[in-house]
Design a protein around this ligand. Structure first.
Ligand code: NOJ
Length: 564
């Protein structure tokens, strides 16, 4: 373990407080070892090529780029599922929780990756998909083999209605496609529940055998040294008694975006107590897809449930100071009072990248980067956002995802060469490249101090060096301009008192912000980071210009004040 990891969160803080976590979608990061893959898959030399298989990334590709992540300054990576899977939902349909898919590598390769990540001071968080398995998981194969099989009650089954056997047991809708959340199993004559695809049957968490089996899964990976888990649809584990119909006004929405059952909380508390016994201080970060801070807050429990819950609301927020002000108020209203540590997420593998969503402008994407990396909380970056990537344009014949999310999953370009650093030998990657890969790639951007990558590196370094930015409280400020979002971050520690001020100009015009509107800083405010770009008014290292360029965002630091 490197010194940086032992350093943890500083003082009594857990390591994830203020951390920057980098999400990797393993199919999309990089391909390094296509020959190893063909061997693991036992493909004959003349086996016909398959773009979605052969053009996907692998664990070796991720390992090769750990240096990039260390230079970027991330504290941890979260890997979307790497487990064996028929890939109906590209890995979120797990057929073996305790192995690595031969598409990506093997357990020995994973151990090598983990050790190297730790050597770089980077922790590793795995995706834990407990709500459902693949329909090809041995548990489900056994469950559907007969009504009396050992694993039958590991899933959720209902008899058909004798009056109308073609009618599903209730009106819940699944995610992806328009259909019901139920599929009829001809062989055993009952319906099974699946909040997602029919290939993703829901586990029955009311069955203690399921809980125990899943705790064993966590232990399997924790024993290998992983640093935590991202829990897929964490809010859906408990199902309502009797599985009642939804009221008609809600029935058209996928049930996975609505379910919010009290019975989920004891399950999550038990998982938390289970992992808390491990010495590496593993983190549990839950996907609570309820898009409402007041509904997400209870999933932190009384400090005994999720350590972190994703705050997805910013992904559904329009680009305006007023809207983002509201996002900060919600944290103050619902998380701060219960002592819950917030998170910030702008992009992920499930939604259009924020640059694309916010209109495609690089200037705006830069301002968004400053905003998210200066927030109080744990920040989740989605691989490629540090390059300013936009969604790929995916023509109909290249669409592969049942949820239509291909654009944000495009492969990451590493160099300006035609293969962009992927070992493709001239063949195509699993999805088309994102726009402008000749210039928007890690190699080209690394040598350009004005690039988006250079901005992310400076932001992460600034956050790491400043206790105020990493852990400090957040105070909302009024900068005297509606279009300028302003807040201060304050810390008090043995090193002294520190304040950082963050200003984001959402307007497309230059806007004045006088020092009189800011907290007093003896010696004045210095620009630590400016989002820069077209029309920027501030240069880093200089005194604050009291003006922000169009859509310019800045982090200002004053002199550190020692305790009196
Ligand atoms: C949420 C994941 O982020 C998404 O990619 C997946 O399709 C669903 N959960 C189902 O597992």
């Amino acid at each position: 373990m490197s010194a940086r990891r032992e350093g943890g969160g500083g003082g009594d803080r857990p390591w994830w407080h203020g951390a920057v976590v980098y999400q990797i979608y393993p199919r999309s990061l990089c391909l390094a070892d296509p020959a190893g893959r063909r061997e693991r898959l036992h493909l004959a030399p003349g086996a016909p090529p398959d773009r979605v298989r052969d053009g996907a990334g692998d664990l070796e590709g991720i390992r090769h780029h750990l240096g990039h992540l260390a230079e970027l300054g991330v504290d941890a990576v979260w890997l979307s599922p790497i487990f064996p899977s028929p890939m109906a939902d590209f890995g979120y349909d797990v057929s073996d929780y305790c192995d690595v898919s031969p598409l990506f590598g093997d357990l020995a390769g994973f151990d090598r990756f983990l050790a190297e990540a730790h050597d770089h001071g980077i922790r590793v968080i795995l995706d834990f998909v407990p709500n459902h398995t693949s329909d090809r998981h041995p548990w489900f194969l056994d469950a559907r083999s007969s009504r009396t099989s050992e694993h039958r009650d590991w899933y959720i089954w209902r008899d058909p209605d004798p009056e109308d056997p073609s009618k599903p047991p209730n009106n819940w809708k699944r995610s992806f496609g328009e259909g019901p959340a139920w599929t009829f199993d001809e062989r055993t004559g009952q319906w099974y529940l699946h909040l997602f695809l029919p290939e993703q049957p829901d586990l029955n968490w009311a069955n203690p055998a399921v809980v125990e089996a899943m705790e064993e899964v966590l232990d399997f990976w924790l024993a290998r040294g992983v640093d935590g888990f991202r829990i897929d649809v964490a809010h859906a584990l408990g199902k309502p008694d009797g599985l009642p119909d939804l009221p008609a006004d809600k029935a058209e929405m996928p049930y996975s975006a609505l379910i919010d059952e009290p019975s989920t909380h004891p399950i999550l508390k038990r998982l938390r107590a289970h992992i808390d016994r491990w010495p590496q201080q593993p983190v549990l970060v839950g996907e609570v897809f309820l898009i409402d801070a007041s509904k997400v807050a209870p999933y932190y429990g009384d400090g005994d449930e999720l350590h972190l819950a994703f705050n997805f609301v910013p992904m559904f927020t329009k680009w305006s100071a007023r809207s983002f002000r509201r996002r900060i108020e919600e944290i103050d209203d619902f998380l701060v009072p219960i002592g819950a540590w917030p998170t910030w997420v702008l992009s992920s593998h499930d939604r259009s990248r924020h640059r694309t969503r916010l209109g495609g402008s690089e200037r705006r994407a830069r301002a968004a980067a400053v905003l998210s990396l200066a927030m109080r909380g744990t920040v989740f970056l989605y691989a490629g956002e540090e390059l300013g990537l936009e969604d790929a344009d995916v023509p109909p014949d290249r669409v592969v995802d049942p949820g239509g999310r291909d654009g944000c999953r495009a492969p990451i370009p590493w160099t300006c060469e035609p293969d962009h650093g992927w070992a493709l030998a001239g063949s195509e990657p699993w999805l088309p490249w994102p726009p402008s890969p000749q210039t928007c790639n890690a190699g080209t951007e690394a040598s350009d101090p004005g690039s988006v990558l250079a901005l992310y590196r400076r932001l992460a370094a600034c956050r790491r060096a400043s206790e105020a930015l990493r852990w400090g409280d957040l105070e909302r400020l009024d900068a005297g301009e509606d279009d300028v979002l302003a807040f201060a971050r304050h810390s008090r520690s043995g090193r002294g008192n520190e304040t950082a001020v963050v200003l984001v100009n959402f307007a497309a015009e230059t806007t004045r912000v006088g020092e009189a509107e800011l907290p007093a800083a003896p010696g004045g405010w210095r620009v630590a980071v400016s989002s820069g770009g077209e029309g920027a008014a501030n240069s880093e290292g200089s005194p604050f210009a009291e003006t922000l360029g169009p859509e310019e965002a800045v982090v200002l630091l004053g002199a550190r004040l020692t305790h009196d």
